[in-house]
Every structure is written in structure tokens, then in C-alpha cells.
Design a protein around this ligand. Structure first.
Ligand code: AQP
Length: 333
């Protein structure tokens, strides 16, 4: 069956190894599978659910696009654009917001995590973020959505919204319930400073993540300073599971090397960290430096990036404006 893929990344700066291994690397693999139609979006409307500096936001939209291209996304094969250029995303989101129920949104754990203790001060946009995400996905009749584990709940909400719309208006199959595509292995890369917290753009410590724009010496330094313990590397996964930081570093090594975790455990069992970290640094530099160099090269050519986004938005607009028009007809406008 032909797969229709949709996914997005927020232009909130500091794109990191977690975004690459948990999402973008997979976007590239899906793009290169025969017969897939892929849409990859820089979700700038999602980014403004928390405060953004306008100048920095603009730079981040271009940098995220540059990271897509530098990682192997091809604008001739995939539709690449930024969400705010395509009005149907906002319009569809309003309509779907009238379908979704408050009780459904109240269960979203990401809102609780991101809003923190003072949820009265969180933006309404942050609360209704999953509805915009549902519009993003449903407007393209997406069949599969590659996301990190943390987004699974939002995807289930998209399915519920699609089903309720179809049921309310007696239009079975008008909105297609999408399937999540969650990587089986290494779906969540953790902070280099705390193996129980995910690697995140907004972590105040730059040492907690490897940014896709880090230079070679920064990568080496961050891996050198990554938290570990005093014991030698473990002999099996039972022992590994008790040591989250070690599990994370071995996971990064395995994922970048496209090999199983057990192969990496065998390769390093009983060895000391300086030897392992040395090999890990070499591998990260080998895989990430070409991406980082290409991002930095593309960042100098704003016209090129803007043209890709504009062309991609035109293609996206054709698909989504048609779907929104059909939606409007169905609901009686
Ligand atoms: N640590 C991670 N490991 C694996 N996958 C990850 N993703 C994010 N962090 C990790 C996946 O990357 C995609 C794009 O994420 P996003 O930028 O849209 O939003 P996010 O998940 O909120 O990313 P961050 O880094 O955690 O940002 P902040 O700090 O702003 O919250 C998604 O598919 C995500 O699962």
C-alpha cells in the first residue's frame, strides 16, 4: 500500500542528536522507500505556543530547514515547507477544535509537563497544540506519522478527532485515522547529563545535548563530560538497564552505527569508559560533522532556503485547501 507520510519539527533552535536519531534519520529512510509520499513540515505555528523572539524564530525556521536538507531530505522527493505559509493548517485546526472534546485534551500529558505547576499562565495555544497537530496530519490524508514515543498520545487524539468527525457528519473515511510509526529501537535519546531525562532543545545546559551544529571539538568535549559511573562497561542488558547513562551512550553508538545494542554490549563489555568514549566521539564526529558543515553552508544562503519553503508551501497549499473546502461543505458552510 502507498504510504502517505506526514511529520514535523518545531523551529525552536538547538536541533540535537535526539531529533536526528529519533525523527529526522527516519524521515530520510521513509522518503527513500519506494512509493511513499512524504510531507515534512517546519511547524512554526506550534513553536509560538511558547514565547519566541521574532528574529530568532525566523533564523530557526531556516536552520531547521537546513538541517532537514543536510540530513538527506530532498525537496524534489518530499514536500518541505513551513506551516505558517499554508493557511489551511490554521483553518482546519479551528474546525477540528470544535470536534475535539475538552476531556480529551485534559488528558494530554505533554501539556501537563510543558505547562508545569503554573498552568494558568500557559498559553491557550499550548493547550490546543494537539488539535493543530491533528489538522496537520489529517489534511494530507496521512496514513503514517513518524514520531517519537512522546507524541504517541497526540496521535491517538488525531485518530479520535478523525473518527468523531466522520461519525458526526456521517462521512465514513473522509478523515483517515493515521498510524504512528515509532522506532522500535533507540526511540528516545536521553540527556548526556541525566540518563532519565530526554535530550531536549530547551534544556538550559548545552552539555546535555549534542547539537546538529556543534563543531568537532565541542562534540568531543561533550562526550568526554557525559555522565557515566566508575564501573567498567556492562556484560549484559540486565546490568545495562540499571545504568541509564551508560545505556543511553551505548544506544547512541548502536543507532549511529546501525547495529543492535547487544552487538555494542559485546564490543565494549569489561572495557573502561575512556576507550568507549573515544570510539563514540569518533563515530559521532564522523556522522554529525558532515551534517553540521552542510547546515552551516546552507545557512549562508537564505534565498535558496526561502525558495524551497515557498515552493513546498505551494504544493502543500494545493492539497490542503482542497481538503478544507470539502470539510467546509460537509459542515454546512
Ligand atoms: N530526545 C529525543 N529522542 C528521540 N526523539 C526525540 N525527539 C525530540 N527529542 C527527542 C523527536 O524529534 C521530533 C521533533 O521534535 P520537536 O522539535 O517537534 O519537539 P520536541 O519533541 O518538543 O523536541 P524537544 O527537543 O524536546 O524540544 P523542547 O525542549 O522544546 O521540548 C519529534 O518526533 C520528537 O519526538
Amino acid at each position: 500500500m502507498k504510504k502517505k507520510i506526514f511529520s514535523g519539527v518545531q523551529p525552536t533552535g538547538n536541533l540535537h542528536l535526539g531529533n536526528y536519531l529519533g525523527a529526522i534519520k527516519n524521515f530520510v529512510a521513509l522518503q527513500n522507500e519506494k512509493d511513499n509520499d512524504c510531507v515534512y513540515c517546519v511547524v512554526d505555528l506550534h513553536a509560538i505556543t511558547v514565547k519566541q523572539d521574532p528574529k530568532i524564530l525566523k533564523d530557526n525556521i531556516r536552520e531547521t530547514t537546513a538541517a532537514f536538507l543536510a540530513s538527506g531530505l530532498d525537496y524534489k522527493k518530499s514536500i518541505i515547507f513551513n506551516q505558517s505559509l499554508v493557511p489551511a493548517h490554521s483553518e482546519g485546526s479551528w474546525i477540528l477544535g470544535c470536534i475535539a472534546r475538552m476531556g480529551w485534551l485534559n488528558r494530554m500529558t505533554q501539556f501537563k509537563e510543558k505547562a508545569g505547576k503554573d498552568k494558568e499562565k500557559a498559553s491557550v495555544g499550548l493547550y490546543i497544540y494537539p488539535i493543530l497537530m491533528a489538522a496537520d496530519i489529517l489534511l494530507y490524508d496521512s496514513t503514517h506519522v513518524p514520531v517519537g514515543e512522546d507524541q504517541k498520545q497526540h496521535l491517538e487524539l488525531s485518530r479520535d478527532i478523525a473518527q468523531k468527525f466522520n461519525l458526526d457528519f456521517k462521512t465514513p473515511d473522509f478523515l483517515k485515522a493515521p498510524e504512528p510509526l515509532i522506532q522500535k529501537n533507540f526511540a528516545r535519546i536521553m540527556s548526556l547529563k541525566d540518563g532519565t531525562k530526554k535530550m531536549s532543545k530547551s534544556d538550559p545546559s548545552d552539555l546535555s545535548r549534542i547539537n546538529l551544529t556543534d563543531k568537532k571539538d565541542e562534540i568531543i568535549n561533550k562526550i568526554k563530560k557525559a555522565k557515566t559511573d566508575n564501573a567498567a562497561l556492562p556484560f549484559d542488558d540486565i546490568e545495562l538497564n540499571k545504568r541509564p547513562e551508560v545505556a543511553n551512550l551505548l544506544g547512541i553508538y548502536s543507532s549511529l552505527n546501525n547495529q543492535t545494542l547487544s552487538k555494542s554490549i559485546n564490543e565494549f563489555s569489561g572495557k573502561n569508559f575512556s576507550e568507549f568514549k573515544h570510539k563514540l566521539s569518533d563515530l559521532v564526529v564522523q556522522k554529525i560533522s558532515p551534517i553540521s558543515d552542510e547546515i552551516n553552508r546552507l545557512k549562508k544562503d537564505n534565498d535558496f532556503i526561502d525558495k524551497i519553503l515557498k515552493d513546498g508551501a505551494e504544493k502543500a497549499d494545493k492539497i490542503t485547501s482542497k481538503k478544507v473546502s470539502e470539510m467546509k461543505k460537509i459542515i454546512g458552510f
